[in-house]
Design a protein around this ligand. Sequence first.
Ligand SMILES: [Zn+2]
Length: 135
Amino acid sequence: MQKRCPCGDVMPMKLRTVIYSGKVEIDNVPIYSCQSCNRSEVFPEVKPDLTGLIGKLGSQPVKQTYLFNEWNEWADLLVEAYHDRRSTDPAVVKSMIQDRINMLLDLYTMARSTQDEVWVADIHKRLVQLSRSVV
Ligand SMILES: [Zn+2]
C-alpha cells in the first residue's frame, strides 16, 4: 500500500513507532513515508484513533508503551497482513478487510444475543473503525 508524495516519489506504508512527548512509545502505527524527502503522513483511516489516544494521554504523560493495533482495527489488520502474510498488497488487504468485517458481524450477532453491552460496544467500535474507508 502506498501513495504519491508531493515530491513525486512514492510513499510506501510502514508500521512505525511514534514517540509522544519523548516518553510514550506507540508501536505499530501505519504511516506513509517518503524515502526521498523524508515526509511522513499518518494513514488517514487511523488518525482519529491516534489523536484520541494522544488526547487521553494528556500533556504530562508517564513513560509507557502502547500497541496501537490494540486500539485500532485497521492497525491490527495491517499488522496481521504485514507480519503473517508479509504483504501490504492492496488486493490482499482488501480481501482481509472483507473477511474481518464478516467475522465482526458474526461476533456482533453473538454478542447481542448474550446481551453483554460491553462486548457489543467493543465490536461496534471495531466495525466503525474498519468502515471508515475501503482501500
Ligand atoms: Zn517525498
